[in-house]
Design a binder for this molecule. Structure first.
Ligand code: ADP
Ligand code: MG
Length: 357
């Protein structure tokens, strides 16, 4: 068995900018800190700069300005071959003519291990990804999910300071994606690895990460735990990108002791001000925090149910109000409200959050 990593290292970006050619700013003055032994995800829409950020950690791209530190050592100008970092690609990039064991052994041969050690480590790597006994097969004799595991094993056995994954699950079908992501997380935790993981899939990010760095247009939109991002998104972009959110215009009437008195269509709410000032703002509310109650409640939003969908373990409602169509979910599958009913909409305590533009 492979032992917990003693080499897992921190990663630090200090004001890193990457410009391709003369004018494509792929990463714009990004600073971040990734603690050793944690799994941090870079999450964001296509083109926001995730892969470029990852490739700069690997040394496959050089920053235009700024500094990169691994284990507190400045590696900004160090080429990929001199960094102790491994990357798992979306396409697996296995050698088709080599057996599984040879693929996993490949990097070890250049790392100063003798033949017996190389074989032993490679076998241990296969064991950890659940592929003991597959060593003599060719990659073409494996399923997509198994090939991806071989790619993971090949990176793992090098015991790098940092392990990088660029959208590792995108070639797998939905069921396998869940299994492989759980495996990656388990291996990372068991071996105490530093992993930087790139995805555009918010559910995947929420499921595997200690921390998520949300990127948008080459900058960091928010950096926090999955729960921070879900329950306290910093902006409309993050609220919208991480899970579903209802977004409503509101007015902040007053702010006192960190609490805002806000109002949306006559519905008055008291909630954390999050440093915002009186004036117009936005309210983000998760569907599971939107409650439907009988019509006529005084402090609430009046509305009409326009859609009701039964999806097995919960119900989904769409309610039309003067402000917006609100999407609500409830685990009460016996809920008696039906399409065309007039109702009151209220938001659960700690449900709505104020959002800046
Ligand atoms: P992501 O991985 O989030 O989809 P990328 O880091 O691949 O984003 O790309 C960020 C931006 O940089 C995009 O506008 C992309 O077109 C551009 N870009 C990426 N690689 C290159 C390159 N080698 N040359 C020029 N532009 C590039
Ligand atoms: Mg990419």
């Amino acid at each position: 068995m492979l032992k917990p990593s003693s080499k897992a290292a921190s990663v630090r970006f200090e004001g890193v900018t990457k410009i391709y050619g003369t004018d494509v700013k792929a990463v714009d003055n990004v600073s971040l800190d990734i603690a050793a032994g944690t799994l941090v995800t870079l999450l964001g829409p296509s083109g926001c700069g995730k892969t470029t950020t990852l490739r700069m950690i690997a040394g496959l791209e050089m920053p235009t300005t700024g500094r990169i530190l691994i284990a507190d050592t400045d590696v900004t100008r160090l080429p990929a071959t001199d960094r102790d970092v491994s990357m798992v690609f979306q396409s697996y990039a296995l050698f088709p003519h080599m057996s599984v064991l040879e693929n996993v052994s490949y990097g070890l041969k250049f790392s100063g291990f003798n033949k017996a050690e190389t074989r032993e480590r490679a076998l241990a790597g296969l064991e950890i990804v659940g592929l003991s006994g597959y060593g003599s097969r060719l990659p073409s004799e494996l399923s997509g999910g198994q090939q991806q595991r071989v790619a993971v094993a090949r990176a793992l056995v090098l015991e790098p300071q940092v392990l990088l994954f660029d959208e590792p699950l995108s070639n797998l079908d939905a069921k396998l994606r869940r299994k492989v992501r759980e495996d990656i997380r388990e291996i990372q935790q068991n071996l105490g690895l530093t992993v930087v993981y790139v995805t555009h899939d918010q559910e995947e990010a929420l499921a595997v990460s200690d921390r998520i760095i949300v990127m948008n247009n080459a900058v960091i939109a928010q950096d926090g735990t999955p729960r921070d991002l879900y329950e306290a998104p910093a902006s409309r972009f993050v609220a919208d990108f991480i899970g579903e959110a209802n977004i409503l215009e509101c007015t902040i009437n007053a702010v006192k002791d960190g609490l805002a008195e806000a109002e949306v269509g006559g519905y008055k709410l008291k909630l954390p001000a999050r440093d915002m000032q009186p004036g117009s703002a936005y309210l983000g509310v998760r569907p599971n925090r939107v409650e439907i109650a009988k019509a006529g409640i005084k402090n609430a939003l009046p509305g009409t149910i326009i859609r009701k969908t039964y999806v097995g373990n919960h119900l989904e409602y769409t309610v039309k109000t003067d402000q917006a169509e609100l999407f609500a979910t409830t685990s009460d599958v016996d809920s008696a409200f039906n399409v065309a009913d007039t109702v009151s909409v209220i938001f659960s305590d700690r449900g709505p959050v104020l959002l800046a533009e």
